[in-house]
Design a protein around this ligand. Structure first.
Ligand code: ADP
Ligand code: MG
Length: 246
């Protein structure tokens, strides 16, 4: 067994004192490949943000010895302004900020790495294109190229394949598997159970509270999935509100 890289102890994260995730405990091993699954509004995005330190625990702890720059993060639904007039290559180069510093000059070597990354995600020759002219799948490839350039120890992906075509999804899963082969630690929020079962050895199933965290076959058992759904429905009633679709 690999040693733990990140440990969550009794972690609760709240917005305006309303817990969004409640009492999550478990650990993420060095080099592990973990899926986070659960219904809409289950707290999956919140949990990712707490893991990388963007949100603070209301209770409990996230423990690790990592720097903020050890994390690379792909937000849900490409939180990127596509009307911003920026090229594919420059978008990828934003991933090099870690090395260059926000005001550092982009070295030739970084430009070469960015071109390499653009090629690795299957967009060779499109470096000069404006991101506004890309399809959703192409844009997601660009964002993966940026992650490649970030060269991070821990990669957190929030629904990377939602609304992405099958071919792109397959190619990007290959990149995730390559990261896994390089002993990077990857955590991804995913909705497709088959994808999770096929590629992700570990799964955390949550519905605000932890349902199960462990080997995927155990975590994603039918009883656990039913339990997650029942827990999610119960909250909606308790909150007395209709949860917006994520
Ligand atoms: P998921 O990613 O599993 O769909 P989220 O982590 O986005 O779930 O949300 C969990 C809960 O926290 C939901 O009830 C959501 O409405 C609430 N929430 C998420 N972000 C915020 C926010 N910025 N302010 C207040 N409530 C939020
Ligand atoms: Mg989410």
């Amino acid at each position: 067994m690999s040693p733990d890289l990140i440990r969550l102890s009794n972690l609760t994260v709240a917005y305006d004192r309303h817990p969004a995730v409640h009492r999550i405990s478990g650990s993420i091993a060095v080099g592990s490949l973990t899926a986070i699954a659960g219904p809409n509004g289950a707290g999956k995005s919140t949990l990712l943000k707490a893991i990388m330190g963007e949100l603070r625990p209301a209770e409990g702890r996230v423990e690790h010895l990592l720097q903020r720059t050890d994390f690379a993060y792909l937000p849900q639904a490409a939180d990127i302004n596509r009307r911003f007039p920026i090229s594919v290559l420059d978008t990828v180069l934003l991933g090099a900020w870690r090395q260059a510093g926000a005001f550092g000059r982009v070295a030739e070597s970084e430009r070469a790495q960015a071109l390499e990354a653009v090629k690795a995600v299957g967009l060779e020759g499109l470096g000069a294109r404006q991101i506004g002219s890309l399809s959703a799948g192409q844009l997601q490839r660009v964002l993966f190229a940026r992650l490649l350039l970030q060269d991070a120890k821990v990669i957190l992906l929030d629904e990377p394949f939602t609304a992405i075509d099958a071919r792109t999804t397959r190619d990007l899963i290959d990149i995730i598997l390559r990261w896994h082969g390089e002993n990077r630690t990857v955590v991804a929020v995913l909705h497709d159970f088959e994808q999770i079962r096929a590629h992700f050895p570990q799964t955390l199933l949550i519905a605000r509270e932890m349902v199960e965290w462990g080997p995927t076959a155990d975590a994603m058992s039918s009883p656990n999935l039913l339990k997650a759904r029942a827990m999610a429905e119960r909250w909606d009633e308790d909150a007395g509100v209709c949860e917006p679709a994520a």
